[in-house]
Design a protein around this ligand. Structure first.
Ligand code: HEM
Length: 255
C-alpha cells in the first residue's frame, strides 16, 4: 500500500471545492491554471498533469476546442532552448522535459514548469516581477495593488484598462530592468493573457470583468463562483480571442 500524507481526520476536498495550495503543491505564474488546481479541476499537487486533464479543465472554463487544442498542444511539446532549430517534436514554447511521462507512459507536466525560462513566461507581467529582478512565479502585492487601482471605473476591468495597464507596466520595467527581455512575440503572448481573462471572466459583448472576479482569480487564485461567475455556455473560439488580443494590443503597444 502506498503511504499518504492525508490524515483520516482531514478528508480530501471534493473536486470543485476551493482549497489554497499547500506548501508542497506546485503552482504556475498563471492565475487561471493555479485557480484550476486550487479547485481540483487539475491535480491539486500541480504534478503529473496530462494533456487530457488540462484540455478538459480549460474547456470547462469556456475555451473552445480550437483554442484549447492550440494552448495545450503547445504546452505539452518538449521544451527546446533552440528557437530556430529545435529537435524533432520539440519547440521553444513547449514546457515538458524529454521523457516526462506518467507510469502509464502518458506525457505529463508539472505546474512550475509553466514558468520555465526561455519559453512562454515573460517580463512585464501584470502581477509578477521580472525574472532577473525577483519572484516571477507568485503574485507581487505591490503590482497587484497597481492592477486593482488601474481601471477608469474602479468596479470593472475593460480590455482598454488591462491594455493601458500593460503599457504602464512596460514603461515601469523599462525604467527598472536594464536587461528587459520583451519583444513583439512576448507582447502578443501577454495580450493573449489579457484576452483570455477578458473572454473567460468578462461579461457582455465587451467582456468587462467585474473587479471582484479579478480579486478572486488574481488575489486568491480562486474561481469567482461566490461572486456569481459561471463558465460561459457559448465557447471562446479563435476569432473572438483574436479580436481581444488586437484590442489589448492597441492600448498596450509599447514599441
Ligand atoms: C494551457 C493553458 C495555459 C497556459 C500554458 C498558460 C500559461 C501562462 C504563463 C506561462 C503565464 C505567465 C506569463 C508571465 O510571465 O506573466 C500566464 C499568465 C497569465 N495567464 Fe495563463 N496559461 C494558460 C491558460 C490561461 C487561461 C485559460 C487564462 C484565463 C482564463 C489565463 C490567464 C492568464 C493571465 C491573465 C496571465 C497574466 C498574469 C500576470 O501577468 O500577472 N491563462 N499563463
Amino acid at each position: 500500500m502506498s503511504s499518504s500524507s492525508t490524515s483520516i481526520t482531514e478528508p480530501n476536498p471534493l473536486q470543485g471545492e476551493f482549497q489554497p495550495a499547500g506548501p508542497t503543491d506546485l503552482r504556475a505564474p498563471c492565475p487561471a491554471l493555479n485557480s484550476l488546481a486550487n479547485h481540483g479541476l487539475i491535480a491539486r499537487s500541480g504534478r503529473n498533469i496530462t494533456a487530457a486533464e488540462l484540455t478538459s479543465a480549460v474547456r470547462y472554463l469556456g475555451l473552445g476546442s480550437d483554442v484549447a487544442y492550440l494552448l495545450v498542444g503547445s504546452a505539452f511539446k518538449v521544451h527546446s532552448d533552440d528557437h530556430n532549430n529545435p529537435p524533432p517534436g520539440a519547440r521553444w514554447s513547449g514546457l515538458r522535459d524529454p521523457k516526462q511521462f506518467n507510469a502509464d507512459g502518458i506525457p505529463v507536466l508539472n505546474l512550475d514548469q509553466v514558468g520555465r525560462p526561455h519559453a512562454i513566461e515573460h517580463d512585464v507581467s501584470l502581477t509578477r516581477q521580472d525574472r532577473l529582478l525577483g519572484d516571477y512565479m507568485d503574485l507581487n502585492p505591490d503590482l497587484y495593488e497597481g492592477l486593482l487601482s488601474s481601471p477608469r471605473d474602479s468596479s470593472t476591468f475593460r480590455v482598454s484598462d488591462l491594455g493601458r495597464f500593460r503599457k504602464l507596466r512596460y514603461d515601469q520595467q523599462k525604467q527598472t530592468n536594464e536587461n528587459l527581455d520583451f519583444d513583439k512575440k512576448k507582447h502578443f503572448i501577454a495580450c493573449a493573457e489579457v484576452a483570455a481573462i477578458s473572454t473567460v471572466f468578462g461579461q457582455g459583448l465587451r467582456r468587462k470583468v467585474p473587479r471582484r472576479y479579478i480579486e478572486a482569480v488574481f488575489g486568491e487564485e480562486r474561481l469567482p463562483y461566490d461572486e456569481g461567475w459561471r463558465p460561459r455556455s457559448w465557447k471562446v473560439f479563435l476569432p473572438e480571442v483574436a479580436v481581444f488580443v488586437l484590442g489589448a494590443s492597441w492600448y498596450a503597444w509599447p514599441f
